[in-house]
Design a binder for this molecule. Structure first.
Ligand code: AVJ
Ligand code: FE
Length: 434
């Protein structure tokens, strides 16, 4: 790609991220911006100014070598200095100040982008820092969407209805034949440090569900006593099931006639059986898989199914190839605010016929968040390194709330196994003897 085309691309994704950040913070009043809607989440106004602060640190100060805009607020917006639950009590910028701050930083960032050679030192090479900052903003936009899901009150977000199932004959499973594939990447300019470097991984034959587990399937697990049978849960999962009194996915409720409803962004609707289940923890996904006589896939299995092309033996950026996602490929980018039915994205399936790996719901894997062989932290330890080896499970694929720039076949997300306010679902795998 020419430097001019790359510059245009980076400007487009930065502008798209900002449009979304502003939309997510302009639809509620001041009180709701500074309120804490859940102890798991920051006030929305913290996310907004934190987005600006990261942009100031990396683009304005580091790449641009400019004077600080607001050095005095660095500490307030350092995610490692204050836990989410403590953020509402900080002397944060108020909503008007936060909007002014992010606009001021962005003005300077535009100038830095105009002048960057987009070549040379690693931070600027291929526009890495600009891509990283656009992804960072989009990641917080997904976090803010999760905050919106946790807020109570009248709906403020609206979205287009999801497309219908086009492929009504999605199989249950697809067999992925044994063999090595290239996992991770050393060349994708958008890839963050934990996706690097590319390395060969041997994967035995396995079967993978051709689609994420649906609400309908999950209801059968519930109906079969899934939440009452300790033998289906890991020991730690069962302890959590009991202490958190889990009986169904988060945001589900049952009416007196026994029908299940789910609340999403302030709207209550019947649980739709053909949609991927969302808002389940790793422990619930793991228990379901055991109930189904299966297991969760490892992240190597997930990535092989999503990237490996049996026709060429090479790994692609997405299940459908290397082209950027369109609305035909995947449910991404907050265009729809819920998972689409299984079979809604036949154009996005993998060569082996696995559907909806990208978009709809993040998918829990059985893998701990560990470094790839040859990992090196870049450009800062606090993006990945400090989390590696912690109590985290890897999630793959992105959700309806993820922007296309913040997910790809190599992208690794992670969270604590108890978390379920994120847009997380799963699919199952099983061993196949050769
Ligand atoms: C990759 C989604 C786990 O939100 O904690 C945002 C992304 N890192 N700011 C997170 C991130 C720094 C991160 N996740
Ligand atoms: Fe952040």
């Amino acid at each position: 790609m020419s430097t001019d085309a790359l510059r245009d691309d980076l400007a487009t994704v930065l502008a798209r991220a900002r449009e979304r950040s502003l939309a997510l913070t302009e639809c509620v009043d001041e009180g709701e911006l500074i309120a804490q809607h859940s102890p798991l989440m920051s006030p929305l106004v913290w996310d907004l100014a934190h987005i600006g602060n990261q942009e100031e640190l990396w683009l304005v100060r580091d790449v641009g070598g400019r004077e600080p805009v607001r050095r005095d607020i660095d500490e307030l917006y350092d995610a490692f200095k204050h836990a989410r639950a403590d953020r509402p009590a900080l002397p944060l910028l108020d909503p008007a100040q936060a909007r002014g701050y992010v606009a001021q930083v962005r003005e300077k960032a535009w100038d830095v982008l105009d002048r960057s050679p987009l070549r040379g030192r690693p931070l600027e090479h291929d526009g890495f820092a600009f891509a990283m900052i656009a992804q960072h903003e989009q990641q917080h936009d997904e976090t803010m969407l999760a905050t919106h899901q946790l807020r109570s009150g009248a709906p403020v977000l609206a979205a287009e209805p999801v497309p219908p199932a086009i492929d009504t004959a999605v199989p249950d499973e697809v067999v992925v034949p044994a063999g090595a594939f290239t996992m991770g990447t050393s060349t994708d300019p958008w890839a963050l440090d934990n996706e690097r470097p590319a390395h060969r991984v041997e994967v035995p034959t396995f079967a993978l569900d051709a689609a994420p587990v649906t609400n309908g399937q999950y209801l059968q697990f519930i109906g079969d006593g899934g939440y009452r049978r300790p033998e289906l849960w890991s020991e730690r999962g069962w302890r959590h099931r009991q202490s958190a009194a889990l009986v169904a996915p988060q945001f589900w409720e049952r009416d007196t006639s026994g029908d299940w409803w789910r609340r999403a962004f302030g709207v209550r609707a019947p649980v739709a059986p053909d949609r991927p289940v969302v808002h389940v923890s790793y422990f619930e996904a793991d228990a379901y898989a055991r109930w189904a006589g299966k297991r969760l896939p490892t992240e190597a299995e997930w990535e092989k199914a999503a990237r490996w092309d049996p026709r060429t033996g090479t790994s692609h950026r997405f299940p459908w190839g290397d082209e950027e996602p369109t609305d035909e490929h995947a449910n991404l980018g907050q265009r729809h605010l819920e998972p689409a039915p299984v079979g809604a994205y036949p154009a996005g399936r993998s060569p082996l016929g696995v559907h909806q790996l990208i978009g709809d719901v993040w998918e829990w894997t059985s893998s701990d968040f560990l470094p790839y062989p040859g990992f090196s932290a870049f450009p800062y330890r606090e993006y990945s390194e400090v989390f590696l080896g912690g109590d985290y499970k890897v999630l793959r694929g992105g959700s309806f709330g993820t922007d296309p720039v913040a997910c790809r076949g190599t992208f690794r997300n992670w969270d604590h196994p108890v978390r379920r306010q994120i847009f997380a679902g799963f699919r199952c795998a099983r061993d196949v003897s050769e």
